[in-house]
Design a protein around this ligand. Structure first.
Ligand code: ADP
Ligand code: MG
Length: 294
């Protein structure tokens, strides 16, 4: 055996061991969360609202990162949120996902679920997926294996964890691979993907869990123009089926996503400064002053 082959073998064994450990850890988390999820219930979207923030305030040592923020996102809506650095965009996502608990206000998922009563893992389990800015894929695993791992994190398919994938599961992975433009890279090691491809893979991993609401914080930062356009197409294809909240600085990307008509929310000093189509908010004198004119 050549040294290269031995090295490759060792790498694969290490990756497999890591993967098994990850899957075990994830299934452990799930069983712990399962009872709480049942108590949390199923979101009711009959009234058309996916996410509702009412008068949410968050203080850090007296400084209000969110200051009576109110916001509603409809079921199936793709909402873009813009605003200068420090406006509170990431803090808002931290509050929705349970990472930060507000001092005051209300956040609900559907018309019935009070998110402020739930812990972070429970919020993920009831269908809120979050994509952080930095991609966090499992680099030694293949693209396919990353999606398989994400599938295993879905409690509905837990029984099949260590068994072979069913036809339906293979179809689901195939559909996501097509959607994220990585079908021909399925057997490639994730660590070898481009930055943009890693971002898509992470979005694919979120999609494997079929979230009702997706939160995406600066998803095209560091992408090439072509990758940015493909990402816009991907998000547009998700609209309707999922609700999306996209925080982004790249106005070209926001324009691609909102197509001149969808609502854009401008955040400033922890509250909504303006809301409307991109062109309208871009011409709002207050918005120009705090953000776009600088
Ligand atoms: P954005 O994402 O819009 O750039 P952030 O939500 O990250 O803004 O931050 C809003 C404000 O809150 C900033 O002034 C930031 O410094 C402050 N902030 C955010 N998180 C913390 C924290 N954990 N402790 C103290 N201050 C924080
Ligand atoms: Mg931020």
């Amino acid at each position: 055996m050549t040294p290269e082959l031995m090295e490759e073998g060792a790498r694969r064994r290490e990756a497999m061991a890591r993967r098994e450990a990850e899957v075990k850890a994830m299934s452990g988390d799930r069983s712990a969360a399962y009872g709480r999820v049942l108590r949390a219930g199923i979101p009711d979207f009959a009234h058309g609202v996916a996410l509702y923030l009412d008068d949410v305030t968050v203080s850090f040592d007296g400084f209000k990162a969110l200051n009576a923020l109110s916001l509603a996102v409809n079921v199936g809506e793709l909402r873009c949120i813009i605003g200068p650095n420090g406006a509170g965009k990431t803090t808002m996502m931290d509050c929705i996902t349970g990472k930060t608990k507000p001092d005051a206000g209300k956040i609900s998922f559907g018309s019935n679920i009070d998110l402020l009563r739930l812990k972070e893992p429970d919020i993920a389990q009831i269908g809120i997926g979050r994509k952080f800015q930095k991609p966090t894929v499992y680099e030694p695993l293949t693209v396919f294996e990353n999606l398989e791992l994400a599938l295993a994190a879905d409690r509905r398919v837990r029984a099949s964890l260590f068994s072979r994938l069913s036809g339906e599961q293979l179809d689901r992975i195939g559909a996501v691979l097509t959607r994220i433009h990585l079908k021909d890279q399925a057997q490639r090691t994730a660590g070898l993907l481009s930055h943009g491809q890693k971002q898509w893979l992470e979005i694919g991993m979120l999609l494997m869990q079929d979230p009702k609401l997706l939160l995406l914080d600066e998803p095209v930062a560091g992408m090439t123009d072509e990758e940015t356009e493909r990402t816009a197409d991907l998000f547009l294809s998700l609209e309707g089926e999922h609700s999306l909240v996209v925080v982004e600085h790249d106005m070209k990307f926001v324009d691609l996503l909102t197509q001149g008509r969808k609502t854009v929310t401008v955040l400033h000093e922890g509250r909504v400064l303006a809301e409307g189509p991109l062109e309208t908010v871009q011409n709002n004198p207050q918005v120009v002053e705090v953000y776009l004119g600088r």
